[in-house]
Each structure stands twice: as structure tokens, then as C-alpha cells.
Design a protein around this ligand. Structure first.
Ligand code: URA
Length: 265
């Protein structure tokens, strides 16, 4: 596909995702942010970029050895997780560990809640219905699944797909933080409340947190911008143009950010 055709296809995919069935002549103005700032760390003002901006493509050219180095580090975290088996300290309904997958040098990392039935069967994150919607979101962003990294708060399926408790999330958090530190994405998208609350250490509601940049600092001192948005499973349950439009607006903030950042490191 030519790049122009790809861009048009991407744009249409985004429109479909957000429930838009017509193309307005002028872009819609962005709604003003809520008056009260969330408790989470705010982003610095636009005039203080985290890194020198430079136009970049949707890819992050990496030497193969850097990709291999990071993959080896991720493999080591996985082995440590398997050895420590933090999930043995709470009740699970799992048969497989779903550690996470994707490009170790991804510019965008998604963090979901916990594996479901399909993920438990395959050992891969986000391969069920919610995963199919996530795939569409990724494509609408001009990315592909193999160029992003996907992980979950819990690495094992909870019984009856229960929402992870804060205690369960805390037990598994060190491994997720290691995944984030190693991948060091330019943007981390938290999908739904458990992931957002764990990553941001916030107890705010999703409607207050979504669509606003926050940031975390990894163990290596690297700043990772965080964009919370609704979980695809929630979008499937509330499949309205309003909800889809909000998610797409959040993802567009990520796309815009990537376009202004260098494809690094
Ligand atoms: N929901 C999640 O949060 N993660 C998955 O991997 C699948 C569904």
C-alpha cells in the first residue's frame, strides 16, 4: 500500500473506531480540560519538552543488538516472575502465565488488567474480543501489533475474570515496572482503572484520569509519559460513539506526541 493510501486507511479506521460516520470539514475543537487537576504528576508545560523534539516516523529504528539486549532482559524478568510466582499468594483461575509480548524497543506500550480465557489458553495478552478491539486501536494509531509492547497488571487469569485487588496488583507490580523500565516506551497507555491506578498510584476515577498526560519515572530515572484511557472491554460493553470518541481522542494525543518526539534511543 502506498503511504498516502495507508494514511487514508488509518484515518478511516480511526473514524470508524470513534463511531464517526461523517467527516467534518473542520476539525472539532478539543474540549477544555476539567478545572481541577488530578492528583497524579502533571506533565511539564509544552515549552519544556522532555527531550529535544524532532519529527519522526512511526518506527523506532533500533540496532538488532539493542532489541536482542532488551529481549534478553525481559526474558530474565519472566524467569524471575516464574521463580517468584507471586500469583501463588492469591487465588487464580489460570493454566498459563501470560507475561506480555511485543517489540522490546516499542515506542508505545499498553498495560491492561489481567488475562482472560483466550489469553489463558494461548499464553498471549489481548487475543480475545477485547484484544481484537485493541488491535484495531493500534492500527488506527498507524502502528501494528508487532511494533508495540503489551502487558498486564496480573500475569495470570483471575477466577471468573475478577478485577485484580490492589494487593494482587501490588504483588505483581515489580515485574510490570521492570517491563516498563526495559521497554522504556515514549508513551505508556494504561487501559482501564486497575492498570491506571497501579501505574499512577492514584485513586481517582477513570473519567477524571483519562485523556490527560501524566508521567512516571522508571528505576533508571527515565521519564515515561502515561496516557490513561478506557479498557477495550469497557468500550465493548459501552459501544457508543461517545465512549469510542473519547478513546480515540486519547489515542490521538499519543499519536500526536509520538510525531513530535525523536525515534530514540
Ligand atoms: N483484558 C486484559 O486486561 N488483558 C488481556 O490480556 C485480555 C483482556
Amino acid at each position: 500500500m502506498t503511504s498516502a493510501r495507508r494514511l487514508v486507511a488509518q484515518h478511516l479506521q480511526g473514524l470508524r473506531l470513534s463511531g464517526v460516520d461523517f467527516i467534518p470539514k473542520e476539525p472539532e475543537p478539543r474540549p477544555p480540560p476539567p478545572a481541577e487537576a488530578p492528583r497524579v504528576t502533571a506533565e511539564p508545560p509544552a515549552h519544556a519538552p522532555l527531550v529535544e523534539p524532532k519529527p519522526s516516523a512511526d518506527t523506532r529504528p533500533q540496532a538488532d543488538d539493542e532489541r536482542s539486549r532488551r529481549q534478553a532482559l525481559l526474558d530474565e524478568v519472566r524467569r524471575r516472575y516464574e521463580r517468584d510466582a507471586p500469583h501463588e499468594r492469591f487465588v487464580t483461575g489460570h493454566t498459563r502465565i501470560v507475561f506480555g509480548e511485543g517489540d522490546p524497543c516499542a515506542r508505545v506500550m499498553f498495560v491492561g488488567e489481567a488475562p482472560g480465557e483466550e489469553e489463558d489458553k494461548t499464553g498471549r495478552p489481548f487475543v480475545g474480543r477485547a484484544g481484537q478491539l485493541l488491535d484495531k486501536m493500534i492500527v488506527a494509531m498507524g502502528l501494528s501489533r508487532d511494533r508495540v509492547y503489551i502487558a498486564n497488571v496480573l500475569k495470570t487469569r483471575p477466577p471468573n475474570n475478577a478485577t485484580p485487588t490492589p494487593e494482587e496488583a501490588a504483588l505483581c507490580a515489580p515485574y510490570l515496572h521492570d517491563q516498563i523500565r526495559i521497554v522504556a516506551p515514549d508513551a505508556l497507555v494504561t487501559l482501564g482503572l486497575p492498570a491506571t491506578r497501579l501505574i499512577l498510584g492514584s485513586d481517582e476515577s477513570m473519567s477524571r484520569l483519562r485523556g490527560r498526560w501524566a508521567r512516571i519515572v522508571t528505576g533508571e530515572g527515565r521519564v515515561v509519559p502515561v496516557m490513561p484511557t478506557y479498557h477495550p472491554a469497557y468500550v465493548l460493553r459501552q459501544y457508543t460513539p461517545e465512549v469510542r470518541g473519547k478513546v480515540w481522542a486519547d489515542l490521538r494525543l499519543v499519536v500526536d506526541r509520538l510525531a513530535g518526539l525523536p525515534a530514540s534511543p
